[in-house]
Ligand binder design. Structure first.
Ligand SMILES: Nc1ncnc2c1ncn2[C@@H]1O[C@H](COP(=O)(O)OP(=O)(O)OP(=O)(O)O)[C@@H](O)[C@H]1O
Ligand SMILES: [Mg+2]
Length: 250
């Protein structure tokens, strides 16, 4: 296993002195499929935004790719983040332009960026919106756009913050299939979700945050039965393999 990210006693305090999370030490490896869960307000989103340098810790250390120092542009190119609020990441004037932004920014040719972007939009059932104004999209359509614009970047780690929110059954299946594709290409996936029954069968590890601390971290069959005390619906280990909305697919 290759270590990709390591945090050591990482903390983030707001100006009023309260902590979003405190003294979190964690290692993320290659080829993991991690579910991050825990109550509302437990610190998941703010912690995970430290993993691609969107936030800076108020204390502690974070190391990327086993190096002492990494520049932000390298972090951003290798670790991408789908925001919980899809409006927060819209940059294009059209859906296609929005998806193409990442590949173009990474120096790819316009034609390559277009081919890739069209392919991922098709995969998410979004082709008919290519020329639409992103802010006019519905909640679920915006979510799929956010997923497309992030997953198109071919990063080593993709962090999905509540990717199933607003999605119908079909949309959920499209997003799960896309995750499986990333997985086949050996990407590390981190999914923040309260909907474990949609995805837990695919996970290799479950991390639970509670009041800004890591309350549990282990294999799904170890962590899932005890989830209720952290405000998450528990899953019996024997039922884990049924916990996917890709139930009709291999
Ligand atoms: N500027 C701020 N000052 C004080 N507290 C804040 C500030 N911004 C956010 N918080 C609090 O930080 C906590 C952690 O927020 P975070 O978004 O990481 O939670 P979360 O675990 O992702 O929750 P959810 O499941 O609802 O998405 C929340 O309780 C939030 O109210
Ligand atoms: Mg959150």
């Amino acid at each position: 296993m290759t270590e990709l990210i390591r945090t050591e006693k990482l903390s983030y305090a707001f100006k009023d002195g309260t902590f979003a999370f405190k003294d979190v030490s964690l290692k993320i490896y290659d080829n993991e499929f991690i579910i991050f869960t825990g109550r509302n307000g437990s610190g998941k989103s703010i912690f995970l935004q430290h993993l691609n340098a969107l936030y800076k810790p108020t204390s502690g250390n974070i190391f990327f790719f086993g190096k002492d120092k990494t520049i932000e542009s390298e972090i951003r190119s290798k670790i991408s983040y789908v925001f919980q609020n899809p409006d927060a990441q819209i940059i294009g004037m059209t859906v296609l332009e929005d998806v193409m932004f990442g590949p173009l920014n990474a120096g790819q040719s316009k034609i390559d960026a277009k081919i890739k972007s069209k392919r991922i939009l098709k995969q998410l059932g979004m082709s008919r919106f290519e020329n639409a104004f992103p802010y006019n999209l519905s909640g679920g359509e915006k979510r799929k756009l956010a997923v497309a614009s992030t997953a198109v970047n071919d990063s080593s780690i993709v962090i999905f913050d509540e990717p199933f929110e607003n999605l119908d059954y079909e949309g959920t299946v499209y997003v799960l299939r896309l995750m499986m594709d990333l997985r086949k290409r050996k990407k590390t996936i981190i999914v923040v979700t309260h909907d474990l029954e949609k995805v837990a069968a695919h996970s290799t590890r479950i991390i639970v945050m509670n009041k800004g601390k890591i309350a549990a971290d282990g294999k799904p069959e170890q962590v899932c039965p005890g989830l209720a005390r952290f405000g998450v619906r528990p899953i019996k280990a024997s039922r884990l393999k049924e916990m996917t909305w890709l139930e009709n697919e291999a």
